[in-house]
Design a binder for this molecule. Structure first.
Ligand code: ADP
Length: 449
């Protein structure tokens, strides 16, 4: 029986997990770097242990320090949050070997989904629709390679099998550039991801990014919790997310959701996860699975009424899912704006002390944040300081509520992307919904010109 959970993360997600633990009567252990010593969630934890200096490699990524902290504090489980060690199969394995529970899927599942080619193969086998392209290692012979790309049809995209964070990808329009681009991407992949394995698939020109949230227990049950649209991205980083994905027939989403839940059962998946798709010309194409909680999970919580982080903890301690698929319903519409400490025009990080702080409130408004007046945004980590989430009876209602909420929000002393969000919520395309993944880049280019 688990009674204490170590939270191997920082920032808003550390606080989010702490609250979920408290709601379940679980004790919490915060581990923190010297840069986060003053964070409110560190003070609020039942136990708080400093695990190293500011650089993540010497604190939040220090597996030995985190395991030692778990052992000395009597934690029975480790929740990795997102980022840092959340999708590190070797870490999950070490946690399990230390006799602790990793709040997430098995190390084997993390490893399988971390290899995008293996993931694609497993998904195809489970009947999940994938981007056209082979799901086996590429041939070495140049003529055979050219034949693979010709078979897919140009443009194609070359992607690192072990890639992540939007890196290790290159589009090839001209067949003459294929071999060079492959070699370049392999080199980059070897350096950045420790494996030169790359693959080729069809490049979809104007897709939307649509994803399905799933949750599975350790007894073979799996549920899908609706769709999200995260097409508003800058350099592959999501900026605004919403649930459900607007304007896609319910029956199509339901059929896809069922496929995802079935894939979870087939691969023995447990915990929360997200299947990411590109949606193009009315069809879904799987690109990858994230084997962890995601930043944008609150929009699904707001539309389903399900506390996903609590469910993660409950299935990690061996409970069966407390509901069935027919009890999962999506009501209304939710939006999330990621509020970052960054220059709204240049996007340069803007760390420092927050000296003015006002968060919006009222019906249908939720702010997930670890920041507040006097909080000092450290320069060492991701720049997100808050997630502003609203729920409305439908999409138009949610958009209006978000505009109001953004007008109420004030963060002073540092620069934030609040002006960008306000401008986006005034944009006719964003207000209408259903934009493609390049919309924001085009919008920024127009603004710059
Ligand atoms: P990462 O793990 O680095 O996030 P993904 O495979 O999820 O990589 O792809 C990230 C983004 O790259 C996608 O959201 C999409 O914008 C773009 N992308 C990836 N594959 C394709 C594709 N086949 N066609 C068009 N765009 C793609």
């Amino acid at each position: 029986m688990i009674d204490t959970v170590l939270i191997a993360n920082r920032g808003e997600i550390a606080l989010r997990i702490q609250r979920a633990c408290r709601g379940l009567g679980l004790r919490t252990v915060a581990v923190y770097s010297e840069a986060d010593a003053d964070a409110a969630y560190v003070r609020q934890a039942d136990t708080a242990l400093c695990i190293g200096p500011a650089p993540a490699a010497r604190s939040y990524l220090d597996q030995a320090a985190i395991l030692f902290a778990a052992q000395t504090s009597g934690a029975g489980a480790i929740h990795p949050g997102y980022g840092f060690l959340a999708e590190n199969a070797a870490f999950a394995e070490r946690v399990e070997r230390a006799g602790l529970v990793f709040v997430g899927p098995s190390a084997a599942c993390i490893r399988a989904m971390g290899d995008k080619v293996a993931a694609k193969r497993a998904m195809r086998r489970a009947g999940v629709p994938c981007v056209p392209g082979p799901d086996e290692p590429l041939p070495a012979d140049p003529a055979a390679l050219r034949a693979v790309a010709d078979g897919i049809g140009y443009p194609v995209i070359v992607k690192a099998a072990g890639g992540g964070g939007g890196r290790g990808m290159r589009v090839v329009e001209d067949p003459a550039r294929l071999l060079d681009t492959l070699a370049l991407t392999q080199e980059e992949a070897r350096g950045a991801f420790g494996s030169a394995a790359v693959y080729i698939e069809k490049f979809l020109a104007h897709p939307r990014h649509v994803e399905i949230q799933v949750i599975a227990d350790r007894h073979g049950h799996a549920l899908w919790l609706g769709s999200r649209d995260c097409s508003l991205q800058r350099r592959n980083q999501k900026v605004i997310e919403e649930a459900p994905a607007h304007g896609i027939p319910d029956a199509d989403v339901a059929a896809l959701g069922e496929r995802c839940a079935e894939a979870c059962r087939q691969i023995g998946y447990s915990g929360a996860g997200t299947f990411e798709f590109l949606y193009d010309a009315g069809a879904f194409h799987f690109i990858e699975m994230n084997t962890r909680i995601q930043v944008e999970h609150p929009v699904t919580e707001e539309t389903t009424g399900i506390d996903i982080v609590q469910l993660q903890l409950r299935v990690a301690r061996g409970e069966a899912l407390p509901l069935t698929q027919d009890q999962v319903a999506c009501r209304g519409h939710a939006l999330e704006c990621r509020i970052n400490a960054e220059d709204p025009d240049s996007f340069a990080p803007s760390p420092g002390r927050i000296d003015d702080w006002a968060v919006p409130g009222g019906f249908g408004v939720r702010v997930d944040t670890h920041a507040g007046p006097g909080y000092r945004v450290p320069p060492y980590y991701d720049s997100m300081v808050a997630k502003l989430i609203v729920r409305g009876s439908d999409r138009a209602d949610a958009v209006e509520r978000m505009r109001l909420a953004l007008s109420e929000m004030r963060v002073g002393g540092i620069r934030t992307n609040l002006p960008l969000h306000r401008a986006l919520l005034d944009d006719p395309g964003v207000r209408k919904g259903g934009v493609d993944i390049h919309y924001l880049q085009r919008w920024l280019a127009r603004r710059a010109a």
